[in-house]
Design a protein. Structure first.
Length: 255
């Protein structure tokens, strides 16, 4: 009973929030809520729409279960995003405008929106924000990166999750990012495959092949970190390894 009351209270508060102008139809939203295995299914239709729309607007329906090796930093989960979004009306307004821009470019659904505004894994140590909507003058930079992810990375390794995207100058410096890091201008994403069955060696082989085949056409930079985390950007065709040099890229020597 208490769980039901809490969900009802949340739904009532969400009804006060403006719904996005993009996203699933009302019928699809209701269907999503009805399929969810939670007390949301017991709410009135209008309340179900509010709960589901809040999750659908920024891709929260795709809140992924994380495994330790994903590399996700503390404080950057879906629940943390909800807290950040509710902390300021400006956050929601800025992110809604960004979402509309990506939708117009046809890349809104490549990865969940809420993951696309994760900052650095070192955000807490640097006294920064775990999420940040990039400045509008940099939005166009991520479009080609998302196109490469959609057209080449996803077919190679399946759906991927962004772990880090835009980093402002101060955060980039504090988190030991390269002085000319593509993250500073929102060209770059650090990604990991959602499918935990994709081994590091297989991931490298598949992504390297995609980069060799189509990377130049998308101006794609490609680097690999430890585990199953890798970097893509669209600020210049290149590849690199642990020391930042092309010769040490794990792609070298790949068939």
């Amino acid at each position: 009973m208490l769980t039901f009351i809490r969900f009802a209270a949340v739904a009532a508060s969400l009804l006060l929030l403006p719904l996005g102008s993009f996203g699933p139809s009302p019928d699809a939203i209701v269907a999503t809520a009805e399929q969810a295995a939670s007390p949301v299914t017991k709410l009135a239709p209008q309340a179900r729409r509010a709960v589901a729309a809040f999750g659908a607007e920024f891709g929260l329906a795709a809140a992924n279960a994380h495994v330790p090796e994903s590399g996700l930093a503390v404080g950057q989960t879906a629940d943390d995003f909800r807290d950040w979004l509710r902390a300021s009306p400006a956050h929601r307004a800025e992110l809604s405008r960004f979402r509309s821009y990506l939708a117009a470019q046809g890349v809104e659904a490549v990865v969940p929106m809420w993951q696309l505004v994760r900052t650095s894994s070192s955000w807490k140590e640097c006294a920064a924000e775990p999420f940040e909507t990039p400045p509008a003058d940099k939005w166009d930079h991520i479009v080609k990166t998302l196109q490469f992810v959609r057209d080449n990375v996803v077919p190679a390794v399946g759906q991927v999750e962004p772990l880090s995207a835009y980093r402002n100058e101060g955060l980039n410096s504090c988190s030991n990012g390269a002085p000319k890091s593509a993250h500073r201008h929102f060209f770059a994403l650090d990604l990991t495959p959602l499918d935990t069955k994709v081994a590091r060696a297989d991931m490298i082989r598949s992504v390297c092949a995609a980069h060799a085949r189509e990377g130049q056409a998308y101006d794609t930079g490609l680097g690999f970190y430890s585990g199953r985390r890798f970097h893509v950007d669209s600020s210049g065709y290149r590849k690199w390894g642990p020391n930042g040099k092309g010769a040490t890229s794990p792609c070298v020597g790949q068939a």
